[in-house]
Write a protein that binds this ligand. Sequence first.
Ligand SMILES: Cc1cc2nc3c(=O)[nH]c(=O)nc-3n(C[C@H](O)[C@H](O)[C@H](O)COP(=O)(O)OP(=O)(O)OC[C@H]3O[C@@H](n4cnc5c(N)ncnc54)[C@H](O)[C@@H]3O)c2cc1C
Length: 434
Amino acid sequence: MLAKKLLSNKHIVVIGAGISGLSMAKMLQNHCKVTVLEKGAQAGGLIQCKELNGNLFHIVGGHVFNSKNQTVLNWFWQHFNKEKEFLKAKRNAAVYLNGKRIGYPIENFIYQLADEDAKAIVNELVQLVKTNQVENRDNFRDFLLNKFGATLYNLYFGPYNNKIWKRDLSKIPLDWLAEKLPMPKINEILQSNILKHQETEMVHANFYYPVKGGSQFIINRLAEGLDIKLSYAVTKIEPTTKGLLINGGEIMADQIIYCGDVRKLNSIFATDNASITKATNLVKDLPANGTTNALCETDETDISWMYLPEEKYKAHRIIYTGNFSSTNNAPAGRKTCVVEFSGQYTEAVVKEELIHLPGNLTMLAYNYHPDSYIIHEQNTNNLIQSVKTELAPLGIHLLGRFAEWQYYNMDKCIESAMSLADKIKLMNENANTN
Ligand SMILES: Cc1cc2nc3c(=O)[nH]c(=O)nc-3n(C[C@H](O)[C@H](O)[C@H](O)COP(=O)(O)OP(=O)(O)OC[C@H]3O[C@@H](n4cnc5c(N)ncnc54)[C@H](O)[C@@H]3O)c2cc1C
């Protein structure tokens, strides 16, 4: 349907100016005309930050950067001065249990738990080795139980994950979480407890953080030199013989990189093609949780994250963003942190909750973001793949956390953008040689 043109003559429209869309636009910028359309008044999506009276508010959690993929790191550092513009920090996290700070990841700090819990955990781990259940990976609940035993599950993994996902963990398939989960072997857990080694394997065990501006700094730098239209919501995409018509004629694209929510495509994409309609219809009700975040002043602490598994707290973690960079705090104020709740809580409920958390917290700002944690069901990957397969021949490609419905961190968004940019370049070359 689309006219054959060299990539250099094409107009690619990227929908969404989050990390996925901007990375993609940057990767294609020197190959063709690229326009980014963003419905928000500020670029950044989930990693947006706002400055409030000298304090930096990560409006959805607190974002730090790292990657295990050297190609992603190489690409990323092309855009920044790593030494001057970023701070490198070691993750120093804790779990708050019974009013006491336990090291993180908790399985490496069993010796800090009450004696009876520690004994039960060791017995269960030994039993798991004996019964050889450690590789059971059918669903999230069984994975956690068979990896860590019932006591660690009941103390931490179960209640913490129940708070985040707000659903029966045995109904959550494991394949989509697999790469993001800690996968320590039992001998490694026991060794860590005896030798007291620090964690090194998790992607954010060490991380980079901008000296100034938090993750918004990353966005602003990537946005430089790009053609971005803010406050531009794409509400309609229509395939025509000349290309893909956006919002009824304002912009014509040869190809579209869609970084918005895959659930909205059913209403945005105007087509009488029954199989596309069927594919987009099947994903329109995928479940997700939003997050409520409160920027607070806090007493000084030396940690970066504190996890709150206990049911008596509605929040699930405190992110000490004021410790990530001193420029995140107003000079005259106390240090700042973000308290994160999965789901929607009113400002009044959040204020009441803060009283019970450690650190003498005072709320400075509040935000609710409707979609932050995507949730998979058994067939979700297949459904998303069908949408991708249906739309790709029309020149519409899905990219990012909500378009691909993947539990991506920033680095995975960049990795996915790299792979899609390569595919687009290749597809265009092939189309023009056929
Ligand atoms: C609480 C929390 C903490 C996290 N912490 C970290 C961390 O420390 N490190 C890390 O690497 N990752 C972290 N992540 C993951 C990270 O936030 C995401 O991977 C990343 O921000 C996703 O970027 P994206 O561009 O795919 O999506 P988004 O950021 O959602 O961007 C999509 C953009 O598209 C726009 N858009 C949508 N529909 C339309 C439309 N119709 N028209 C125009 N524009 C549209 C949206 O407004 C948005 O700006 C965290 C996530 C959460 C929820």
